[in-house]
Design a protein around this ligand. Structure first.
Ligand code: SF4
Length: 378
C-alpha cells in the first residue's frame, strides 16, 4: 500500500507538471558478471575486462539521484557478487526509494545477514518455473532447490520476497499455472512474469516467444487461475491484460531507464544501442520515435515489462475504471484480441554490440594507463 501510494503520488505529480516522459523504475546494473550462464541471457557475453567492471557505491547512488525514479531494480549480472551491495541497498532505502534486489539466489542465504527487512526492500528471486523448468532455464541442476531454500530463510526473517519469472516458447500453460499455485505455499509476496526478450547475444535463439504465441500462452495460463485472480502479481492489471492480447500499447522505454557500467543505456534495459554520460543527456538526445514495436526490427516481438509496464501504469492513471474492472473481473482470456501494431514500416536492425565493446575496452585501457602513470609519479 505504501508503495502504491508513493508511486501513485509521483505519477500524479509528473502528469500535473506536464512531464510527458518520466522514469518509473531505474534498472541499475552495477556489474555484468554472473555465477550462472543461462541460455536465454543476453547480458553476460562480454570480455573479462568488462565483466570485471563494477559501478561504485557513489556511481550507483548518483544514478539513483540523477534519475529520480521512485523504484530501483538492481539487476546484472548477479548483484550479490558486488561487495558494496549492502551499502548500495541501504543508500537507496535511505532515499525512500523502493529497492528490488534481483538475484538468482545462489548466494542469498549466505548474505541474508547483510540486509534488514524494510517496507522499501524486496528480494526479487529469479525463478522461471518449477524445478524442471527452472533448472533447464538456468542450465544447472539444483538451482531451484537452493532458491527455494533461500526464499524460505528470507521469509522466516520477515523479508518481502517476490519472484521474477521469464517464460519461453516451451512453457506448458498447465505447468506454469501449477507453478504459480505453488508460490502460495512458498509465501511469495508477488510474481513478476514476462516473456523472454530475444537478446541477439543469447546462446539459445530457438526458444523466444513471438507476440502471437506470447498472447495465447498468457491467455492459456491465466485462464487456469480464475483469469489471473488466483495469483498475487506484482504488476499492474493492465500489463497482464496487454500480455493476454487485450490492449494495443506502444512501448515507453524511458519508463525503465538502464544505468550500466557502459553509462546510461539507449534506448532501454534490453537494447544497448548507445550510451550517454548523464540521465538528462539520455532523455534529451535519444530519438525515442526510432524505437518500439512497429518502429524498429529488434522491437518487433518485444512485450517485456521494462518496455510496457510503464505504458500500462500510465494507462491505469488515465483510465482507473478500466484498470479496476480488469483487477476485479480478471483478465479476459477468450474472444477477439486487440489489433497489434503494424510492423511493415519498421527500420531494419543495426548491430552495434562489437563497436560499443571496443569503445569500452579502449576506455578501460586508457584508465589503467593513467592509473599506472599516477602510481609511478608518486
Ligand atoms: S519495444 Fe521498447 S522495451 Fe522492447 S526492446 Fe524495443 S525499445 Fe526496448
Amino acid at each position: 500500500m505504501l508503495q502504491k501510494a508513493l508511486v501513485g503520488a509521483y505519477i500524479v505529480k509528473q502528469q500535473l507538471t506536464g512531464n510527458r516522459r518520466y522514469p518509473l523504475a531505474l534498472m541499475l546494473e552495477p556489474l555484468f558478471r554472473c555465477n550462472l550462464a543461462c541460455n536465454g541471457c543476453g547480458k553476460i557475453d562480454y570480455p573479462d575486462e568488462i565483466l570485471n567492471q563494477r559501478l561504485s557505491l557513489e556511481e550507483c547512488l548518483g544514478a539513483v539521484d540523477e534519475c529520480g525514479a521512485p523504484v530501483v531494480s538492481i539487476a546484472g549480472g548477479e548483484p550479490l557478487l558486488h561487495r558494496d551491495m549492502p551499502a548500495i541497498v541501504r543508500g537507496i532505502i535511505a532515499r525512500r526509494k523502493f529497492v528490488y534486489l534481483c538475484t538468482n539466489a545462489l548466494l542469498m542465504e549466505k548474505k541474508l545477514d547483510d540486509y534488514q527487512p524494510s517496507p522499501f526492500f524486496v528480494w526479487s528471486v529469479h525463478l522461471d518455473g518449477d524445478e524442471e523448468m527452472h533448472d533447464r532455464s538456468v542450465c544447472q541442476e539444483g538451482v531451484y532447490t537452493r532458491a527455494v531454500a533461500a526464499i524460505a530463510a528470507a521469509k522466516a526473517r520477515g523479508f518481502r520476497v517476490n519472484i521474477n519469472c521469464t517464460l519461453f516458447n516451451d512453457a506448458k500453460p498447465e505447468q506454469v499455472a501449477a507453478f504459480f499455485d505453488s508460490t502460495k505455499a512458498l509465501g511469495i509476496d508477488g510474481i513478476t512474469v514476462s516473456p523472454g526478450y530475444a537478446y541477439e547475444r543469447a546462446p539459445d535463439q530457438q526458444h523466444f516467444l513471438n507476440r502471437e504465441k506470447t498472447k495465447q500462452l498468457f491467455r492459456d495460463v491465466l485462464a487456469r487461475g480464475r483469469k489471473g485472480k488466483d495469483w498475487s502479481f506484482s504488476q499492474s492489471s493492465l500489463f497482464l491484460d496487454f500480455l493476454a492480447g487485450n490492449q494495443t500499447y506502444h512501448c515507453t522505454p524511458w519508463g525503465n531507464p538502464a544505468r550500466t557500467v557502459f553509462g546510461w543505456q539507449r534506448p532501454c534495459y534490453l537494447l544497448g544501442e548507445g550510451y550517454t554520460k548523464t540521465f538528462r543527456e539520455l532523455m534529451d538526445t535519444t530519438d525515442w520515435d526510432a524505437y518500439g514495436t512497429g518502429n524498429y526490427e529488434k522491437c518487433a516481438d518485444c512485450m517485456v515489462h521494462s518496455g510496457y509496464e510503464a505504458t500500462a501504469v500510465n494507462d491505469t492513471v488515465l483510465h482507473p475504471l478500466k484498470a479496476m474492472k480488469v483487477a476485479l473481473r480478471g483478465v479476459r482470456t477468450e474472444g477477439a484480441m486487440a489489433p497489434d501494431l503494424p510492423v511493415d514500416k519498421q527500420r531494419p536492425a543495426q548491430y552495434t554490440f562489437t563497436q560499443h565493446v571496443e569503445i569500452k575496452l579502449a576506455d578501460i585501457k586508457r584508465a589503467k594507463q593513467v592509473q599506472e602513470v599516477a602510481v609511478e609519479t608518486q
